[in-house]
Design a protein around this ligand. Structure first.
Ligand SMILES: [Zn+2]
Length: 267
């Protein structure tokens, strides 16, 4: 797969989290998004006079909020699917600890390819806390890893691959970061090769995880215990459901605002 890791993400937010877990990367603001939808409902239907300009602004805002909530729900669904297909892999990352035995949170977001800043199906950040180099750091704060996966038909396999990187990198952060910086010099190494040099143990771990996932997935398909849904189709189902709920609750008069936006399937 043409997935690779990006170096040194910009770190803009800090959260202190004490329990290591796989977490939905959209969860931090989903309550705010739902509250904002309620406020817009009040504006559109409980205010005596709403100008056309106000209505247009409110509807544009609703579209943005629905997108955010639908990505949150999609990520929830896909994480559940992953756990059903490959519970062992899931639990290994859900309980992962750093070199000093401290729990590390792994924040996962499934994103549209056009939202990606790096053209890779999956991205895991690599960075550490300067005063505590054994501790991972991402835009979610100290003791966290950030993973972003494109919404494509094999998104769960891409997630398994990135989990493999994490499995190696979190407990070996200091030595791996040194190896990474010496091996993948910016502008010298072909971007798609980053994270997958012949001797890269993180890359090997990613390959092992992907193979384990494929095995579990095949087993599930054979015995019919799990029927994973296409992430691309699932996203549209979720978005449609949210819009229909908004129409039902009179937040919107029509579901015409819904965007039909299915990314091309590149796998
Ligand atoms: Zn990789």
């Amino acid at each position: 797969m043409k997935t690779y890791c990006v170096g040194l993400a910009l770190l803009t937010m800090c959260f202190n989290l004490s329990f290591g877990k796989i977490k939905n990367g959209y969860a931090l603001y989903v309550d705010d998004a739902r509250e904002s939808l309620k406020a817009l409902q009040a504006l559109l239907y409980e205010t005596a006079e709403v100008s056309n300009a106000q209505r247009k602004l409110a509807e544009a805002r609703i579209k943005t909020l629905v997108n955010y909530i639908s990505y949150f729900e999609l990520t929830e669904d896909l994480l559940i699917q992953f756990r059903l297909v490959a519970p062992d892999l899931y639990n290994e990352i859900d309980s992962i600890k750093d070199h000093q035995g401290r729990s590390t949170d792994v924040f996962v977001k499934f994103i549209a390819p056009e939202q990606a800043k790096v053209q890779a199906w999956g991205i895991t950040n690599i960075s550490f806390v300067p005063e505590d180099p054994d501790m991972y750091k991402s835009e979610y704060g100290n003791g966290t890893v950030s993973v972003k996966i494109w919404i494509v038909s094999r998104a769960l396999l891409v997630l398994a691959h990135e989990f493999g990187h994490i499995k190696y990198q979190v407990p070996n952060l200091v030595s791996y970061k040194e190896y990474y910086e010496n091996t993948y010099r910016p502008g010298v190494v072909e971007p798609n090769w980053i994270g997958h040099d012949y001797e890269d143990l993180s890359g090997r771990s990613a390959d092992v995880y992907a193979k384990r996932f494929i095995k579990e997935y095949s087993y599930c398909l054979k015995n019919g215990s799990v029927r994973p849904q296409s992430p691309v189709a699932l996203r549209e189902v979720i978005r449609k459901r949210i819009y229909e709920l908004l129409v039902k609750n009179r937040v919107l008069a029509t579901s015409q605002l819904q965007e039909v936006h299915v990314p091309s399937d590149r796998i």
